[in-house]
Design a protein around this ligand. Structure first.
Ligand SMILES: Nc1nc2c(c(=O)[nH]1)N[C@H]1C(S)=C(S)[C@@H](COP(=O)(O)O)O[C@H]1N2
Ligand SMILES: [Mo]
Length: 330
């Protein structure tokens, strides 16, 4: 995450309408309607822990749905799949695409353990079976100061988690990325403590905006973006969106996370996008929007836009943090 921003010149852009035509929009509305109802049900079905400023009121359906619409220009597919952070494949922005074939995604399984009634090792097929894949458009904001607007395909993490029946002790969910130093070039160097780890509070994980992505731009998610299963938490900095997940654990205590372990004063557990809380080494009040195609010399010339609290999703997720001091829990 520390490497210098290498932005690229903006040229053409794919208008949202080319990717999401009217029919898909309507289909999406129906799917979202169904899944939001499901997620709200599941939220109320659990004891989600004390202390967590929770979510007695989940944002209403129209508000949730508003998060999937945007008038912002989409990032081009080419930029989103060639300018990446995936340190297991190398720390250069071009490394993940360059070494993408080092990641073997078939077969794939996910180990589920900890505070739940249905632990086990689940195959990818098993995990995907009951899910409708719906499209959502979210901004992904990397902590370094750039952001992209990406149409993801995936499903609500909460719908999967409730199948594993978290117990009343489950307050957090922890995730791990594949560990395979023989094949993944970046894992031979101690840039981070491998495997890459991330975590969410259970109510964050159950929120309808939190998804497991299996695709983007209507296609399978490429390896460099975290195939075959990658978290997307749109109101948090990009590093929370852990790629190529092989383990999901329900825990009672806040789980350790890679960037917090590596630099605790710079990266907190919550990592909510917040223009008022600076990173110790840079302001977080503005971001470079990588929109159209990027070529050659780079996004330094991409326009800077204001960064919004919770990445613009405050109406949807603000209530999760109602009672918290976000300067302290950064
Ligand atoms: N396993 C793993 N997941 C990861 C990372 C990583 O290095 N390893 N980088 C994170 C960071 S810092 C960002 S900004 C996003 C980048 O996602 P993208 O390449 O799809 O834009 O992935 C996140 N997920
Ligand atoms: Mo990042």
């Amino acid at each position: 995450m520390n490497s210098r921003f290498n932005p690229e010149k903006k040229s053409g852009a794919i208008p949202s309408s080319e990717i999401t035509d009217r029919k898909v929009f309507e289909q999406r509305r129906t799917l979202i309607k169904a899944s939001v109802a499901g997620a709200a049900g599941s939220l109320f079905g659990y004891s989600l822990g004390t202390g967590s400023a929770l979510a007695n009121e989940v944002a209403d359906e129209d508000t949730i749905r508003a998060a999937f619409r945007t008038t912002e220009e989409l990032t081009s597919q080419k930029t989103a799949t060639s300018y990446n952070n995936f340190y297991e494949l190398g720390t250069d922005k071009g490394d993940p695409a360059r070494y993408a074939n080092r990641l073997i995604t078939e077969p794939w399984s996910v180990k589920v353990d900890g505070e739940c009634n249905k632990p086990g090792t689940y195959t990818l097929e098993d995990i995907l079976k009951p899910h409708d894949i719906e499209e959502r458009i979210y901004r992904l904001r990397c902590v370094e100061a750039w952001s992209m607007v990406i149409p993801w395909n995936g499903f609500q993490l909460g719908d999967l988690l409730k199948r594993f029946e978290p117990t009343g002790n489950a307050k957090y969910v922890a995730f791990e990325t594949i560990l395979d130093p023989d094949r993944l070039p970046g894992q031979r160097r101690p840039v981070l403590q491998w495997p890459y780890r991330e975590g969410l509070r259970l109510d964050e994980a159950m929120h309808p905006l939190t998804i497991l992505a299996t695709g983007m731009y209507g296609e399978d998610i490429p390896n460099q973006n975290g195939a075959p299963l990658r978290l997307v938490v749109p109101w948090k900095y990009g590093f929370k969106s852990i790629k190529s997940i092989v383990r999901i654990s329900f825990t009672e205590k806040e789980p350790p996370t890679s960037w917090n372990m590596s630099a605790p004063h710079e990266y907190g557990f919550y990592s909510n996008v917040n223009p008022k809380v600076s990173h110790p080494r840079w302001s977080q009040s503005r971001e470079r929007r990588l929109a159209g195609e990027t070529k050659g010399i780079s996004a330094l010339f991409s326009p800077k836009v204001e960064t919004h609290f919770l990445n613009g999703y405050a109406d949807q997720v603000g209530s999760l943090y109602a009672d918290m001091d976000l300067k302290k829990f950064f």
